[in-house]
Design a protein around this ligand. Sequence first.
Ligand code: GLC
Ligand code: MG
Length: 591
Amino acid sequence: MDALLDTPTPNATGAPRLHVHPVHPATPDAQWWRTAVVYQVYPRSFADSDGDGVGDLPGITARLGHLVDLGVDAVWLSPFYRSPQVDGGYDVADYRAIDPVFGTLDDFDAMLGRAHSLGLRVIIDLVPNHTSDEHAWFREALAAAPGSPARGRYVFRPGRGATGELPPNNWHSIFGGPAWTRTTDPDGTPGEWYLHLFDTRQPDLDWGNPEVHAEFESVLRFWLDRGVDGFRVDVAHGLVKAEGLPDWDGVTSMVEGSRSDGSGPMFDQEGVHEIYRTWRRVLDTYPGERILVAEAWIDALPRIARYVRDDEMHQAFNFAFLTTPWDANRLRQSVLDSLAASDAVGAPTTWVLSNHDVVRHTARLGLTEAGSLPKGIGAGEEQPDTELGLRRARAATLLMLALPGVSYLYQGEELGLPEHTTMPDEARQDPAWFRTGGAETGRDGCRVPLPWEAGAPAHGFSPSGRSWLPQPASFARHALDAQRGVAGSTYELYRQALGLRRHLALGAGSLDCVDLEGTAPSEAVVLRNGELVVLTAFGPDPVVLPEGCDVLLASGSLATDERGRLLLPPDTTAWVLPAARHLPRARGAQG
Ligand code: GLC
Ligand code: MG
């Protein structure tokens, strides 16, 4: 990485040259999960088939063709299990049943069969940190006595204070308020407390209990037997808590909770790794390459890498990339650090810019503090510059899709969907909004049902025109049918990028860091995957492209200067094949 690989020859034309430094070797013939593009479906908001205003499994099945046209390799479905839907289904009452709002097990099998016949892999969500309070185990626990085996599946503790009136420790729920709720004994007197890192209706399981281990192994097998290709593991860093549940004064939240090097007593404890080693052994007994993906909001990349050591999970979400602000030096560094951390353990890097828990990157990148991560955006808060946000979002995505490793897309980003930033408070559903008394706007703004047809009821989301969260008026112009076949639309940009990514095998490609003569590192991120050079301009000035280079794709229009040189405007990404004479051959890059 440190050696300059070639000495540039004198340059007669004044066109800038490239100097490359190898970072990451190509991985030809890598398994699918090292290179895939995975599309996240949030079932409540993807497509509604029965008109109740909530998306469902038959709706997904009917729209799988969209994912094939788009060119992704796999789908990850957020939860569809039986659930009171207090947290959008991340509160599971029965891990082996489909919630009636989403359909039936037959509907699931039909969806899976159709996806497989279309060549799409299917990853489902597993929620092992907590159940719903409506889970049979929790009902049993409440009805049972303190100290009973039924209570031993959860984290029940006596309270502190003279009469147990104080919670057992000072932990806060990630959704706001205390992380403990007091129970009432059958005779009506106040009883023990139970732990919930999330909503009061999401009691944490006790992973010190072998019965909990056995149950989840059985749940894994249930879905593996049905043919799923893997599991996205919810709150993968949270299952094991520090011995004695010590008080902690840090902030307990998804993002900041992990900022403290992972030392908080509820996250990233050593004990979680043995769980994933066991699960890996279960998956490895199944044919095909079934995978585990960690959702672990941990800041330090080397700590995340520990979840993807070769006998543990296959992938972990790279939230460090997602949380990096719109800054050339920091983004470049994030890419290099991500690859270094995952290469050190032989795992693929993942890249992700949006999901169902964060403000969409179209909105984040249009804020004054571009790329910052507010907890939702409400009408009373700074409104993003939607045009600038979309321009940068397209640039960020095109940069991401040029990188080797696995890319995750969140439904609707292929339409350039904005965040709903003016949702009426009465419409909100996120428990974080309620538990913080509105201090946190919450995640509803990124979960709005998709617009498929500009002119149809609910923009084609539901035949009845119902929609469990209101769609903003701007969704009409983002509808799929308003973009399909329209040159330069965000949908066509994604489709072309995914097509080229597959054609050029970028997912299995190498990565070189490139210096472009005449452009300061703070003005552009320039990287090379195989022969393809990806350039993102951050401004203030346009980046002059090397003479004679062939532009394969760009996230915005390029300009030409008076000398006929191609200019890449700020907040724009281009994929180019430079003319051979500008490109020194990288030596040793392929290791
Ligand atoms: C994960 C999910 C999030 C959910 C939380 C509790 O972070 O992505 O949506 O609220 O876990 O299950
Ligand atoms: Mg429905």
